[in-house]
Structure formats: structure tokens, C-alpha cells
Design a protein around this ligand. Structure first.
Ligand SMILES: [Zn+2]
Length: 99
């Protein structure tokens, strides 16, 4: 993109307002075409979750009431998945450092 319009200026940006690089693993493309830095988004979501804990719990409770038994089903389906992921990561780290 070229020119001096806002979208052109934003497309040319290589770092966010706080200086995080807008590179592949750290970049969110929004539906409206704008870009967001993952590092900032994560920090923002962490703060939002903290502030809205009560609201989230209400939604969560409502969902659980509407889907009886669903949580148990999902826990069964996905259990051990994170453990497998950690094991894989550990394996990779071991390979990398050759120990
Ligand atoms: Zn950032």
C-alpha cells in the first residue's frame, strides 16, 4: 500500500505503539483489516479478565446451566491434551540443547 492515508500509514508500521515488533508470530489481523500486536492484546485481555471476573462467572454459570453434562463431556474429550503438549515441548527443548 502507498500514500499518506491512515490505512497506508498503518500498513507500513513495523512495530506497535509500545515498540513490540509486528512480525509473524506477534501479529493479529483483525476483520476490519487493522493490525494488533499479540503482546499488547494479551496484556489487555489479562487486565480485562481481571476486571470482569464477576461478569465472566455469570456468563459461565449461565452456560453451564444451559448445557448440563457438557462440561464433563468436554473434560473427558480434552483431558490429557495439555499434558501431551507439554511433553512434546519438553522433548523439543531437550533436542535443542542436546541433553
Ligand atoms: Zn505491542
Amino acid at each position: 500500500m502507498r500514500g499518506i492515508g491512515p490505512s497506508a500509514v498503518n500498513a507500513a508500521k513495523t512495530s506497535c505503539n509500545l515498540g513490540h515488533p509486528l512480525t509473524d508470530g506477534n501479529l493479529i489481523h483483525r476483520k476490519d483489516g487493522s493490525k494488533t500486536c499479540w503482546t499488547c492484546h494479551r496484556a489487555y485481555m489479562r487486565g480485562w479478565n481481571k476486571e470482569n471476573r464477576a461478569k465472566i462467572n455469570v456468563y459461565r454459570k449461565r452456560w453451564l446451566d444451559r448445557h448440563p453434562g457438557k462440561m464433563a463431556e468436554m473434560n473427558k474429550k480434552y483431558s490429557g491434551r495439555h499434558k501431551k503438549y507439554r511433553a512434546k515441548k519438553r522433548e523439543e527443548a531437550r533436542d535443542e540443547f542436546g541433553t
